[in-house]
Each structure stands twice: as C-alpha cells, then as structure tokens.
Design a protein around this ligand. Structure first.
Ligand code: G6P
Length: 610
C-alpha cells in the first residue's frame, strides 16, 4: 500500500521525510520519492526500489527545505519504475496520492486533447494536470484544488505543494486514509500515524471530504466542496510504534481481516457500470469476442488461492455454463493436462511469485492456452508473463495467512463470471444489474459480518484447547470449509479438516465424540436442509456444533450449540461473507494458544521454491 508523509515546520524536512517513509516500509512498496523546495523551485527525487536507494542518491546533495512531501508507492496502475513513482508534477503543482482514480482514463484522454503531456502510466498524474489547469486559468492554489477534485472519481488521499504558493501543503481525503499531526510549530500529513509518531502524538484523523491547509502558522480544516470551515481537535495517541504500524490492531492478520470492506471496495471500483449492465473488460485486458469463444476453463493455484479457484468453478459454471477444471498448481504442472483449443487458464495468486503456480502458468502457455492471472502484486512475474491480468487491488498483505487477498480474488472471479455469462448470452442485462447491485452492497455487508468478532472470541475461548476440529460445508461453501480448516491448522497448529458435509458419513463421522467441535456452514440456500441433517448426525454422537447461518434464520438455533449470524447476500457472494467468522476464529484460537499469528512456524508468505 502506498505511504504518504508531508512536513512543514522549522526543521529540515528531508530527514523527517526519509524517516517517515522508513516508518511506512512495513506496508510494502516498490518505489519511493520526495519533493522539496530549493531556490524557490520545487525539486523531485524518485527511484524504483528501496528508500535506502533514494537516501543514497541524495546523500551528497546537502538538501535543505522546511517543507516537503514524501511517498512510497505500491503499484496499482503502471509498473514500478522511477517515472511512475510519486511525487508527480504538472507545471508548479507537485503531489503525492494514495488510492485509485476510477475515471483517470477518460480524464487523461480529455487533457491530452487539450495539449497536456503525460510522463507516467499512473492514474495519479491526472490530478496534478487538472489542478495545474485551473491554476493556469487564474484560480489560487486552494480553489484550483477544489475545482479539480470535483472531476475526480474514486478514492484519494492527496498531499499537494505549489511552487507559486510555497508556504502551504494542501491535503484532501476521500475513501483513503489520511491523518494530520500537529506538533510545536511543525505540522505533518501522513497516510498512517507511525510516519510522524516520533515527532508528535497529536493527531487529527481526516474524514471523507475534508481538506487540510498546513502553513507555518498552523492547520485549518474545511469541506473540500462547500468550503465550510471545520473545527477539529487533535487526539493524543498512546500507541507504541509497533501498534501504530498495525493501525492499533494487535496483529497484521487482524488488521487485514478488518480492512476487507475497504479492500473489496477498491477491487470493484471502476470495474463495472450498473447503468450499462457491463463489466469493464479492459480491467481483465480481454475483449468480449475472446470471452465468447471460450469453451473450457482451467483454474490453477496453491494454498488459499486454490480455495478461490474451487469457488470460481461454482460461479463460472453456474452463471456462464462453461465447464471448468480446478487444479492445484503443483499437480497441474506434472499431470500432462489435456487443454483443448478455446481454453483459458486462470491462474490465481496473491503474490504472483509462487513457484508452482508460475510453472503451471508456463506449462499452460506451452500447451497453447491463453492465460489470465488474478493477482494482487502489480508487475509480479505472473502478471508479466500472463496474456491478461486482473489486479485485485487489496493492498499488500503482510500476515502469512491470506485473508483480504482471498476475498478480493473471489470478488474478481464474480466479475469475471458475470462478464463471461454476459458474453455467452446466459445473463440478461436485468440480471446483471441485480448482481452488480448486490456487489455494491458487499463492502457494507462485510463490515456487518465483522461485528461477529466478540462472539467468535467467546467461541474461541471455549474451544482453544481442543486437538481436532472439523469444518463442514456444501456447494459453493464447501471450499470455505477447506479454507476454515486450513487457516486453523496453519496459525493455531490444531489439526483440522474441511469436508463436503455429505461425505462425512464416509469417514470423518468415525472421529465424532464429546471432544470434537464441528463447524457447519449453513446459509439459507438450496442445501440448507441437508446441512441441518448433517448437524444432527454430529449432535447425536455427542459432537459440539458451531453453525454459521444467515441472519434471521431461527430454525438453525435448535440444531447447534453456538450460532453465528451473517448478513444475507446472493448465493455467489455467500463464501465471502461466510469466510469472515472462520478467519476470525482461527485468529483468536491462535492468539489464545500464544502462537505467532503473523509468521506461523515453517510457513512463508511467498513460496518461491518448488
Ligand atoms: C503460501 C501462503 C498462503 C498462500 C499460498 C499461495 O503458502 O502462506 O497464504 O495462499 O502461498 O500464494 P499465492 O501468493 O500464490 O496466492
């Protein structure tokens, strides 16, 4: 995730910016840059790679400036490179940006027609050009910014400086975090509190639509559109630096679980039009004709991403009626797969660097298939080598156990299934709109599902000392049973198995006794009655049933000793909602067992060896 730091005060800003960027390194980044004043001109230094490279490149310059901006970039639009690194400039306007501009393509084309020349592939650069355009028309810095942002759709946290008004930093926030720090005669902006925690603990957390104007005299706040002044009182942060890195959460995994409403909102941003009833196929780098001609799909991945692949099969076959095969990458690469003409291989990978997945991808290309990767890391090997890429935009995932990357992969698969079904004539625009409208509600529903956290903690307290755990699901939620079991195994070291509930009678039922907790996924769907029967089979043998069910369902209550209620959504999105209590359960069990949640033993975030 990108990081922002800005400083105005009495100190030399350069070391403050470099130090601030180092405090944001944990968020992951691929390039860095700073902007500062020298002889009344703004200068920019940027580089691809690490902050220490940036530091080394300016070491002998003896730079001094009492005002400056810094940025670490985690690529979303355009590869990691010096040209794409922030700060970006247009005329005298220089800015840093976090977030995603949805309509950057249209804005860029319009501005190009008016003679603007772009030097990067980023969505960010359009904001600089827009502000500069209004400034050239005679508006002051503040008004030019307000006017420009009226045209920008999407999420942004921006820090801006202007050569013509050198004693100001303007900061604006919409749907991307931004905080202001107020010290003694010095003021800061940052995407995250740790960036300036060393200098001040007084913080104002900006709300959507807030504009902050930082000068040497202080900070004033207003609404960016109405200009109405806002009164904001800084609060004192008592977090330690390591807590601050995790946004106040105890572990990265918990932070990432709670980040999901934002992550999913970023994944869907600009990816479809409800009005037109269409998925934006540019985001899959595919044409509708290519989708029309597909007659077979292979989904290939490892670990949690393989669980996404399993769910993808349910979505694609159900919506688009195109046959799918799902493979674990390490099996696919050696099984001599038969890939008929007209096949698409969808590779799913958070990191884009998993060795087995990359080998399977290579093998698919060798066998003549077209490859689409659903990937989180921009410009990763998988993204570079695939024919088409869909980036999940969930931001860097630091916890080894994948959570937000998983649910954003599912979101991508949902969009792909709709696009394919539409191209194949299997869905009417009316149905597509319904599916989109439900997707638009998803971030909020995920937020609601997260409210089960304290109920899950209570359940974890009750069961944290067990030796084994069984997870049961059916249909599209069967892979969620696998995912729940995998998470529990990998971070709490409790033996756990996920099973299709109907298969329990063919083996695992032998394990059920008074000590065996069984988590059953029981949403309101076509197999609800079936799973209730399976829960009864467990109960009658003394097993303890924890049910995850749809909110308002009362029938489930008499069949389980614990029930977690989840908001209702459509069939395809249920796995996203129902994965939330399972990820939380694994998390709390691991914490109660004093395990290293973010770095479980023997596991790696990115497995780059076979
Ligand atoms: C490792 C990680 C898992 C991840 C798997 C696949 O095992 O610990 O969390 O699901 O790799 O990684 P990928 O980056 O390809 O999704």
């Amino acid at each position: 995730m990108c990081g922002i730091i800005g400083y105005i005060g009495k100190k030399n800003s350069i070391p403050v910016l470099i130090n601030g960027l180092k405090r944001l390194e944990y968020r992951g980044y691929d390039s860095a840059g700073i902007a500062f004043f020298r002889n009344d001109k703004i200068e920019v230094r940027r580089c691809a790679g690490k902050i220490r490279d940036l530091e080394a490149s300016i070491k002998n310059e003896n730079l001094k400036s009492v005002i400056g901006l810094g940025h670490t970039r985690w690529a979303t639009h355009g590869r990691p490179s010096e040209e794409n690194a922030h700060p970006h400039r247009a005329g005298g306007i220089v800015l840093v940006h976090n977030g995603i501009i949805e309509n950057y393509f249209e804005l860029r084309e319009e501005l190009k027609k008016k003679g603007h020349v772009f030097t990067s592939e980023t969505d960010t650069e359009v904001i600089c050009h827009l502000i500069n355009r209004y400034a050239q028309k005679g508006l002051g810095f503040e008004d030019a910014t307000r006017e420009a942002l009226k045209h920008v759709e999407g999420a942004y946290a921006v820090g801006i400086i202007n050569e013509k008004e050198p004693d100001k930093i303007i900061a604006v926030k919409k749907d991307s975090p931004l905080v202001v720090g107020t010290g003694d005669g010095e003021f800061f902006i940052a995407s995250d509190i740790p960036a300036f925690l060393k200098y001040t603990k007084n913080v104002v957390i900006l709300e959507n639509g807030d504009m902050a104007m930082l000068t040497h005299q202080g900070v004033s706040f207003s609404n960016v559109q109405t200009k109405k002044p806002l009164k904001k009182v800084p609060s004192k942060i008592s977090w330690s630096p390591s807590m601050a890195e995790k946004g106040g959460y105890k572990h990265f995994m918990l932070k990432e679980i709670f980040e999901q409403p934002r992550a999913i909102a970023d994944t869907i941003r600009g990816r479809f039009s409800v009005g037109k009833g269409e998925v934006n196929l540019d985001e899959f780098s595919m044409k509708e004709s290519a989708l029309k001609n597909l007659n077979k799909i292979f989904l290939v991945a490892c670990g949690t991403s393989w669980h996404s692949a399993l769910i993808g099969k349910y979505m694609i076959e159900d919506m688009a009626r195109v046959p799918c095969e799902v493979d674990i990458a390490s099996e696919f690469r050696y099984r001599k797969p038969f890939i008929p003409k007209g096949s698409l291989v969808i590779v799913i990978t958070q990191s884009g660097e998993t060795a087995d997945t990359l080998a399977a991808q290579k093998e698919s290309k060798k066998l003549g298939a077209r490859v689409l990767t659903i990937c989180n890391v921009v410009d990763s090997t998988s993204a570079r080598e695939a024919d088409s890429v869909f980036y999940t935009h969930s931001g860097p995932e630091i916890g080894v156990a994948s959570t937000k990357a998983f649910t954003t992969q599912l979101t991508g698969l949902y969009l792909f299934s709709i696009a394919l079904a539409k191209a194949k004539g299997k869905l009417h625009s009316r149905e597509v709109k319904k599916l989109f409208n439900e997707l638009l509600l998803l971030p909020e529903k995920v937020g609601k599902a997260l409210q089960c956290n304290s109920a899950v903690l209570k359940i974890a307290r009750k069961f944290c000392q067990v030796r084994d755990f069984l997870y049961l699901g059916r249909g599209i939620n069967y892979p969620i049973a696998l995912e729940g079991a995998l998470k529990l195994k990998e971070i709490s070291y409790i033996h756990a198995e996920g099973y299709p509930a109907g298969e329990m009678k063919h083996g695992p039922i032998a394990l059920i006794d008074n000590d065996m907790p069984v988590l059953a996924l029981a949403p309101d769907d076509n197999v609800f009655e079936k799973i209730i029967s399976n829960m009864e089979e467990v109960k009658s043998r003394g097993g303890k049933v924890i049910a995850v069910a749809t909110e308002g369902n009362t029938k489930v209550l008499s069949h389980a000793s614990h029930v977690l209620s989840m908001p209702k959504t459509n069939y395809y999105l249920t796995p996203i909602i129902f994965s939330i209590p399972l990820h939380l359960l694994a998390y709390h069990m691991a914490v109660l067992r004093k395990c290293n949640v973010d770095q479980p033993r023997n596991l790696a975030k990115s497995v780059t060896v076979e």
